[in-house]
Design a protein around this ligand. Structure first.
Ligand code: 23J
Ligand code: MN
Length: 263
């Protein structure tokens, strides 16, 4: 099939509802869970605010609009390479300079929701990815890889979402070796349903926060707080995850969406 026929066909299938657009995004608002870093170590991203400018009133008789106060790394969001010190020198590592071609790509969905249900500190390792590839097919260069943990079921409560105790936050993520394996495969980026791309306990790993450290060192992207990954097949969907074109931004809230064939 020629590329033009393919896109005409895609357009028709979208209009007919034969390809579903799955919303992989959580709500962005004052109740969206936000990362909490140890106060002695670092400053946190501020609470999200939505302020009314007008709503068909004395401040604007025929129109409604708001202004927002929101950190780049809030809610369902994109991590650009410049976010981490290991990615600081990439001129195309900012939200406004990255190659948009890269962010529309096939997505590999690794389902470890059952494992995470019994172990919130579950770590995805190289052997798990290799076993997944043996079952579903190889992960190819340029593709997204996301960990399905069904952690979005906790997104209504920051306490449940962060899942912290006196030993820190507890949420799943990849081992350092796993991230390096995926980077070596040439993936465009790695996504998680948790507050960040790394596991809750990743601050104590070597290197600390390996998903951030190793992905961005290799000019790859991160996606956090993804929703509805339970509605995606292991392979066969296309993920569209584009950041706002913030001037030299390090990340951005996104409307992540997946094109999924029905039936
Ligand atoms: C800053 C410092 C540590 C982390 C993060 C941000 C994120 O998870 C993020 O949103 O990129 S772990
Ligand atoms: Mn981030």
């Amino acid at each position: 099939m020629s590329s033009s026929t393919l896109l005409t066909d895609l357009g028709e299938k979208l209009l007919a509802g034969e390809i579903e657009v799955v919303d992989c995004t959580g709500i962005l608002g004052p109740d969206t869970p936000l990362l909490k870093l140890p106060p002695e170590l670092a400053k946190d991203t501020p609470p999200i605010e939505i302020h009314r400018i007008s709503e068909y009133d004395n401040d604007g008789p025929f129109w409604a609009w708001n202004w927002l106060k929101v950190g780049e790394h809030s809610g369902t969001h994109f991590d650009a390479p410049h976010h981490w010190i290991t990615g600081k020198d990439y001129s195309d590592g900012y939200t406004d300079t990255l190659d948009l071609q890269k962010v529309v790509a096939p997505v590999n969905v690794i389902d470890k929701s059952a494992e995470v249900a019994t172990d919130p500190d579950y770590l995805l390792d190289v052997e798990d990815v290799k076993a997944w590839e043996a079952e579903h097919g190889e992960i190819r260069a340029g593709e997204w890889v996301v960990l399905r943990s069904d952690w979005d079921q906790r997104a209504h409560s920051e306490e449940l979402f962060l899942n912290a105790d006196e030993t820190g936050p507890h949420s799943p993520g990849p081992t350092a070796a796993c991230v390096q394996y995926l980077v070596d495969k040439g993936i465009v980026g790695w996504g998680s349903q948790c507050i960040g791309t790394d596991a809750g306990q990743a601050g104590g790993m070597e290197p600390p926060f390996p998903a951030h450290n190793l992905l961005h060192k290799a000019n790859r992207f991160g996606l956090a707080s993804l929703a509805n990954l339970d509605k995606l097949p292991p392979k066969g969907a296309i993920l569209i995850a584009a950041p706002l074109k913030i001037q030299h931004g390090t990340g951005s809230p996104i409307r992540a969406m997946a094109l999924v064939p029905k039936g």
